[in-house]
Ligand binder design. Structure first.
Ligand code: ZN
Length: 261
């Protein structure tokens, strides 16, 4: 065997091994993914982060073999909510959407669908956070300008729901209640507008859960699935695959539909 052939064979073996280890190493079920995120956040809060998957080898591996993140997360753009750091994860681990107020409108839902339906992350998390400026602005009826009113419109629904439940809340208590309700609102908006996500939730391949990050302690409070998930799924059409195919994105769906079942 010539030296060049030997080098080629060696690099081929390393590439194959890299592909195998990239696929096999991460959590593959919703439950495993939740445990990995919970453990990562505990390490972060305790000041003993492992900073996994941040070396040059990981960069090369994910570049050569593609990304296989184990969770899709939508969180707020707030600079105090650094998701990879707070969950102690590295390159290629998390498919993250960050937008002010972690709202689920068209662009965010499309990005989530890429993570859930194309990359097949077994877990989807909506992560709100304490003292959220977007939630505070809407809860207090602050004047907002430019493109911000349209951006924060979904938070208005969360404020209405909180006030309908308890009209006496104000100040910090009101903001905290809106932050949590806004997590449920985003999950509801996602499930109502994304047949692709519903299909995976119904099939048990994906769990959609809520969480709230505390910017004072770094701790994540895990909220679990939407308490009214069954009712939302029923209202959304049950995640029937025929409805998903009728979606405007139906063609793209059919393109990789072979691997769905
Ligand atoms: Zn925020």
């Amino acid at each position: 065997m010539s030296r060049i052939t030997a080098v080629f064979v060696l690099s081929l073996v390393m590439t194959l091994f890299g592909a195998f280890s990239a696929v096999a190493s991460g959590p593959s079920s919703p439950e495993e993914a939740i445990v990995a995120l919970k453990e990562g956040n505990i390490r972060f809060v305790d000041g003993r982060s492992a900073h996994p998957n941040l070396d040059l080898e990981r960069i090369r591996d994910t570049s050569a073999n593609g990304q296989h993140p184990f969770a899709t997360i939508i969180g707020c753009s707030d600079s105090r909510v650094p998701l990879e750091l707070a969950l102690d994860q590295g390159i290629g681990d998390l498919f993250i959407i960050r937008v002010a107020g972690n709202v689920c409108s068209t662009d965010e839902i499309g990005s989530i669908e890429y993570g859930v339906d194309h990359l097949r992350t077994p877990l989807m998390v909506v992560m709100g956070h304490s003292k959220c400026g977007a939630c505070t602005a809407v809860a207090e009826g602050a004047e907002v300008h430019g493109s911000i009113p349209a951006l924060v419109a979904p938070i208005g629904d969360a404020v209405k729901a909180v006030k309908a439940h308890d009209h006496s809340l104000s100040g910090d208590e009101l903001v905290a209640a809106v932050v949590e309700e806004n997590v449920w609102q985003s999950i509801e908006d996602l499930l109502m507008k994304s047949p692709d996500t519903l299909k995976h939730v119904n099939g048990g391949t994906v769990k959609v859960i809520g969480a709230v990050y505390d910017i004072e302690t770094g701790e994540v409070r895990w909220l679990g699935e939407h308490p009214k998930q069954s009712a939302i799924i029923a209202a959304a059409g049950g995640g029937n695959p025929h409805i998903a195919t009728a979606d405007p994105h139906g063609e793209a769906d059919a393109g990789h539909g072979a691997g769905h079942h």
